[in-house]
Design a protein around this ligand. Structure first.
Ligand SMILES: *[C@@H]1O[C@H](CO)[C@@H](O)[C@H](O)[C@H]1NC(C)=O
Ligand SMILES: *[C@@H]1O[C@H](CO)[C@@H](O)[C@H](O)[C@H]1NC(C)=O
Ligand SMILES: *[C@@H]1O[C@H](CO)[C@@H](O)[C@H](O)[C@H]1NC(C)=O
Length: 491
């Protein structure tokens, strides 16, 4: 086979991204250039090429490092209009005490409705290693970026119902910086430690919001971060924390939370959506299912990087096999073709954020890195670990758990998500499983069906119609209504 220039660059990129890949290569396909695994694509899926793989900052910048402290500023992206005066928009850095020089960057947008009473929501983007700005500007933030790189109000921004925080984490992601790559987290213990101390400091800075309800939300790899952070907060709250964080619920959109179950539903989802035939499904299941199950079991029960990396290889083989049959589908939205190398074109974001004027406004010296490869690699062994185990305790204590998924996403598909949710062992499991589903009605000009809702007690699963991996991007009105109704207990 002639290797074209394009495939060569693919291969080079691929090697850069995946050192463990070689072990999962099979003899059947050594004639063709191996596709990057789907999760690796997730990192590179934003049509952006960071100049540096991670934000390494040495020496003094516009903000100094004050361990355990927040440095925050009010700012406006709309500096030349009169709308700015009443906006309570902030950005800031939190200096991580455990890691000299490391600072976690965030945006905080107070509600456009009733800041005083509206809940505080934190949004976590996945990757791992992708900046929260992807969600901010393409999904549920107050603004979208127009073609001429000006900002337009997003009428479905989640700041219409909440005071919303977009955090660049794990450190090294987005505008967050580290001094030493060794300080980048490798697991959810460190991720949730960093977020927890950040939140304590954030509420110290904003005591007026301590009494408000607090919700943790996010997407994709945040299916790992969110349960870990929620359990951390919940445990601390049971002790005697400096500040009690008023955790009321968590919402995970197209997440990866329980890989052991989720990986076993790829072939069924693919068959149901005609990406593969029933015969192909059977072949893949026969060949790969058992190896994946066994390896994820070992990763979950024994832990250890080696076990978890092996599980990753064994299970990714399922995804790779499906992809080799399905061709160039967009793994985040099977209705779409993967256009170009990266499936979506989010290049406006980097152009906008690296614009000198914008960087002047938010006072950052470092280049915006949309998705950090170094952060991604640091978390490599964390992927296959399951994070559903802390959720039953949240449910029993009345904390609302919403798992939602756009129906056309392949990579963190609704079927795998629905199944781990219904396998979850808690006191309402039977009733949840038996729940037949009711249409989720959305009122716009007409009342329409936005999705199918399954619920019992504080547990909700919503399959969102007409959406891929990024629900607030594809169905912004549905996503905002979902958030609003859920927070009010009216879902
Ligand atoms: C950083 O700034 C502080 C004062 O803010 C100064 O004392 C220190 O020497 C500076 N360090 C470097 C490396 O420039
Ligand atoms: C801002 O307000 C002032 C006075 O209300 C008005 O004269 C001016 O045209 C406004 N500027 C913009 C950019 O809207
Ligand atoms: C998480 O990473 C930290 C720092 O590398 C390490 O000390 C700790 O043992 C890890 N925890 C788990 C549960 O793997």
């Amino acid at each position: 086979m002639v290797v074209s220039k394009t495939s060569m660059s693919l291969l080079l990129l691929f090697i850069l991204f995946s050192s463990s890949y070689a072990t999962s290569r099979t003899t059947h396909n050594n004639q063709q250039i191996q596709k990057t695994s789907a999760f690796e694509k997730l990192v590179r899926s934003f049509n952006l090429s960071p100049k540096d793989p991670v934000n390494l900052i040495h020496g003094n910048q516009s903000f100094d490092y004050f361990p355990g402290k927040i440095v925050e500023k009010k700012f406006s992206f709309l500096s030349n209009t009169n709308e700015t005066e009443n906006l309570n928009h902030h950005f800031g850095y939190y200096s991580i005490p455990r890691a000299l020089g490391a600072r976690m960057f965030y945006f905080f947008f107070e509600s456009r409705d009733t800041p005083k009473d509206d809940p505080v929501v934190i949004w976590l983007t996945g990757g791992p290693g992708c900046g929260s700005e992807l969600a901010l500007f393409y999904e549920n933030g107050p603004f979208h970026i127009a073609d001429d790189l000006s900002l337009v109000w997003n009428q479905y921004g989640w700041d219409k119902a909440s005071n919303i925080l977009f955090v660049d984490q794990p450190i090294g992601t987005g505008f967050s910086v580290v001094n030493d790559v060794n300080d980048i987290p490798h697991n959810e213990t460190v991720v949730s430690d960093d977020l927890y101390v950040f939140l304590q400091s954030f509420f110290e800075e904003h005591p007026e919001f301590v009494k408000n309800d607090f919700y943790i939300t996010g997407e994709s790899y945040a299916g790992h971060y969110i349960p870990a952070l929620a359990s951390r907060i919940h445990q601390e709250n049971k002790g005697n924390p400096k500040i009690h964080i008023n955790l009321k619920g968590i919402a995970i959109g197209n997440g990866i939370t329980n890989p052991r179950i989720q990986y076993l539903f790829y072939t069924q989802f693919a068959e149901d959506n005609h990406l593969i035939t029933p015969g192909e499904r059977k072949d893949i299941d026969d060949e790969l299912y058992e190896g994946c199950t066994e390896a994820t079991y070992n990763c979950d029960t024994q832990g250890g990087d080696q076990n978890c990396l092996l599980a990753r290889d064994k299970c990714e083989a399922i995804v790779n096999k499906i992809m080799s049959i399905a061709g160039d589908i967009n793994v985040y939205d099977i209705r779409k073709k993967c256009i170009g190398e990266m499936c979506y074109d989010f290049s406006k974001l980097e152009k906008f954020l690296n614009n000198h004027e914008v960087r002047g406004i938010i006072g950052v010296a470092n280049e915006f890195v949309s998705c950090s490869r170094v952060v991604y690699d640091a978390m490599r062994a964390d992927l296959m670990k399951s994070f559903h185990l802390g959720i039953p305790e949240l449910l029993e204590d009345g904390i609302k758990v919403l798992i939602y998924a756009g129906e056309f996403d392949f990579i963190c598909n609704w079927l795998g998500n629905y199944n781990w949710v219904s396998f979850l062992q808690w006191s309402g499991q039977k009733q949840f499983k038996e729940f037949k589903g009711v249409p989720f009605l959305v009122d716009g000009t007409d009342i329409s069906e936005g999705g199918m809702l399954y619920t019992f007690g504080p547990l909700y699963f919503l399959k969102v119609y007409g959406a891929g991996h990024m629900v607030p991007m594809d169905q912004p009105d549905v996503a905002l209504q979902m958030l609003t109704a859920w927070m009010k207990g009216q879902l």
